[in-house]
Design a protein around this ligand. Structure first.
Ligand code: FES
Length: 129
């Protein structure tokens, strides 16, 4: 590092985590689209009890039989797209935040719960609204 001015090194250190986050999560900068009211998100049978499913920009969870929640599939820490529900937790691939099936923070760095999306059951499907 002796050839680089101190200021360049500090700026590089600050930019590197952001670049790594973006590279790991290519949809990072795209605004999520909310489902239209009444839009079918998934058949009830495809949302496991005690887990959840990610449908486009929406996460649908079923923490208990017949209880469904919807959330915007974006991490509240820095906006990365949430892509996995593992062992009853929604996991952010960028910095490792975890949320429970009710959207509450289980592990940071996120400090805010997931943004809710209203969902309901209509016939055999979970729909927006
Ligand atoms: Fe940082 Fe999700 S964006 S933990």
């Amino acid at each position: 590092m002796s050839g680089l001015p101190r200021r360049v090194v500090l700026i590089g250190a600050a930019v590197a985590p952001v670049a790594a986050c973006s590279a790991a999560n290519e949809k990072h900068n795209r605004a999520p689209s909310a489902p239209a009211a009444g839009q079918v998100l998934a058949p009830v049978a495809e949302i496991p009890v005690g887990s959840g499913t990610i449908v486009g920009d929406t996460i649908v969870t079923q923490p208990a039989t017949g209880v469904f929640h919807g959330f915007v599939a974006r991490c509240t820490h820095a906006g990365c797209v949430l892509t996995e529900v593992i062992d009853a937790q929604i996991v952010c691939p960028c910095h490792g935040s975890k949320f429970d099936l009710d959207g509450a923070v289980v592990r940071g760095p996120a400090t805010q719960p997931l943004v809710p999306v209203e969902v309901s059951v209509k016939g055999t499907s979970v729909v927006a609204g």
